[in-house]
Design a protein around this ligand. Sequence first.
Ligand code: G1P
Length: 292
Amino acid sequence: MKIRKAVFPVAGLGTRVLPATKAMPKEMLTIVDKPLIQYVYDEAREAGIEHFIFVTGRNKGVIEDHFDRMFELDTTLAARGNKKAEQDILARDQPGAGATSFTRQQAPLGLGHAVWCARDIVGDEPFAVVLPDELVLNTPGCLKQMIEAANKLGEKSNVLAVEAVPADMTHQYGICGVGKRTGKMFEVDGMVEKPPKGTAPSNLSITGRYILQPEIFKILETQEHGAGGEIQLTDAMIGLAKTQKFYGVEFEGERHDCGSKPGFLRANIAFGMARPDLRDGLRAEMKKYLEK
Ligand code: G1P
């Protein structure tokens, strides 16, 4: 099953990182020298995604600008003659013509509703959902690992990236029950969104990467509001699990929650240390600072 399209829900208000996100989308927050949204776009491109669907909201126009050509910048860099490296970076990050779509979620009704807003652009084929405030540091990226796992499964399978979290944090996530296991992959046996403390079926949290079958849209269409008064994607997946299989994949790589301030700072250090051009300088600066 070829996964050609990825949906990026980017309408959230970013209240956990105010005031940075008062006038700027949280997806444009920078880890080292790239906005978050560029990292997840790159991860999706590496995984073979051909069409990138952004579910945006008010105040998010700059995301669309980021994926457009910046004519003035291109011509100025070209005219200067010595800016080949910068030109190459811009060319490398640029989606092809027609490879992006933008649609708006007009009210903050939850992740499930945001995904549903992309139904017509996705159409009748399996697709990926990638949440930009979670980054996974690894090569191959998380989505590529999931698609490789999905390729070994039957038609109409759904795949979730999962990660073990400490038992006292399970109430912050969607949590999967674990059925038959084959290595890093297992059959999902029940899902619950943000279970009250002490009631989680396991410590395996649903992270921000999903491969879903298009039948999810029919369920989302009529769905009741769930936890937090929002239309929850997890509730729709529970509905779909009655007729289709769900699998969890424990991926390789370090997960970073960039939507929280400590997570965002940690991600900057982790991604900086992973960069051969920055590692030594960053280590030296941190050492100096910590010895102060
Ligand atoms: C959403 C999902 C949740 C998942 C989490 C991962 O929650 O509803 O199942 O575990 O993303 O980040 P949110 O973080 O939007 O509250």
